[in-house]
Design a protein around this ligand. Structure first.
Ligand code: HEC
Ligand code: HEC
Length: 293
């Protein structure tokens, strides 16, 4: 009996892995999505604007469908051209999994998170910014996106994480941030100097199975925004659907600010933290990720 157990478990796991995506795909029909469009879950609230999903259909068909697809599954006409290095592929909205959130890993984003992403676009990807659309149009598009996935029918957005007020950046905090970067091993992917060349960098894939590179702190801006608070949210909520995890279990809120300040020293453009690091002659981490002497 005992000797057969591992084999059976293995078989069950394999069956589960292959059966689940097939089931999830088969479950969603256009008819169902039409029904969801008319449920209470499919409105959005951003500030004092209320978004109505039906109001966005025309714009979605005209501006978004070419990449995100008729049924929101990320298989628009243009998606086929997103070959390496033009990854990631357009988001599959039927999964209800999003990168840019103020909410804990594994939970749905808030309406405002989606609204901000639509206006900002996603740097280093083919997701353009839609900041010429009115607030109403963007709020309508948020509601429309929500009608593609069954998750919005049964779940609410997660509770936004609590972020303490931002402290003053000091030399102690920049150094403490470097210690956090070393301790929780950001360098394994992002590299000791932030050039996206850590030992794990070339092995990473996103949930759909496509290769994905870590963010290179010397190039461009983070795709979920580049304010101090946005940087804080990126590593405390994680970019769901990618290997970029949430560190909320390993980094305390106050330490998270130290880390934000240290990350600024890795970016190529000027900041107060970078000035401080230069005054300190702050050395990069050793190649094995340990702190410099
Ligand atoms: C040229 C192709 C293209 C067009 C057009 C486009 N997108 Fe995207 N979109 C993408 C890609 C690619 C991603 C994934 C980027 C990434 O993961 O880095 C994405 C991601 C997203 C996301 C996911 C954000 C997150 O946090 O994960 C949302 C929401 C979104 N797009 C909304 C829209 C809306 C609304 C429109 C139309 C107004 C639109 N997109 C038009 C390519 C496009
Ligand atoms: C297992 C590998 C891995 C580890 C460990 C990791 N990251 Fe990332 N990180 C990634 C990947 C992959 C991306 C790119 C995601 C994308 O492009 O969608 C990323 C993206 C980012 C971004 C920018 C968002 C963007 O893509 O524009 C920031 C900022 C970031 N990581 C900070 C950190 C910090 C700080 C730590 C440590 C606390 C850390 N990461 C640990 C893999 C990792």
């Amino acid at each position: 009996m005992n000797s057969r157990l591992p084999q059976m478990t293995y078989a069950a796991v394999i069956a589960g892995v292959f059966a689940f995506p097939a089931l999830a795909q088969a479950q969603i029909t256009e008819y169902q999505q039409d029904q969801w469009l008319h449920t209470a879950a499919i409105t959005s609230h951003v500030g004092n604007v209320t978004g109505d999903g039906s109001g966005a259909e025309e714009r979605y068909r005209r501006y978004c469908q070419v990449c995100h697809g008729k049924m929101g599954d990320g298989n628009g006409e243009s998606a086929q051209w997103f070959e390496p290095p033009l990854y990631p592929k357009p988001r599959d909205f039927t999964l209800g999994v999003f990168k840019c959130r103020s909410t804990p890993t594994g939970t749905l984003p808030t309406d405002e998170d989606l609204y901000n992403t639509i206006g900002r676009g996603m740097d280093r990807s083919n997701m353009p910014p839609w900041n010429t659309f009115s607030e109403q149009t963007r709020a309508d598009l948020v509601a429309w996106i929500k009608h593609y996935s069954p998750r919005w029918q049964t779940e609410k957005a997660g509770p936004p994480i609590e972020i303490p007020a931002e402290p003053e950046v000091t030399a102690e905090r920049v150094k403490a941030g470097q210690e956090v970067y070393s301790r929780v091993q950001c360098w394994k992917c992002h590299g000791v100097t932030g050039n996206a060349n850590g030992p794990s960098a070339s092995t990473l894939t996103d949930d759909p199975g496509h290769p994905i590179l870590p963010y290179n702190f010397h190039e461009g801006r983070p795709k979920c925004g580049n304010s101090d608070t946005e940087l804080y949210k990126i590593f405390m909520t994680g970019l769901d659907g990618t290997p970029m995890p949430s560190f909320s279990d390993n980094i305390k809120p106050d330490e998270a600010w130290d880390l934000v300040f240290f990350l600024r020293t890795l970016q190529s453009y000027p900041s107060k933290a970078k000035e401080i690091a230069e005054q300190l002659h702050l050395k990069p981490l050793n190649p094995d990720g340990s702190l410099p002497k």
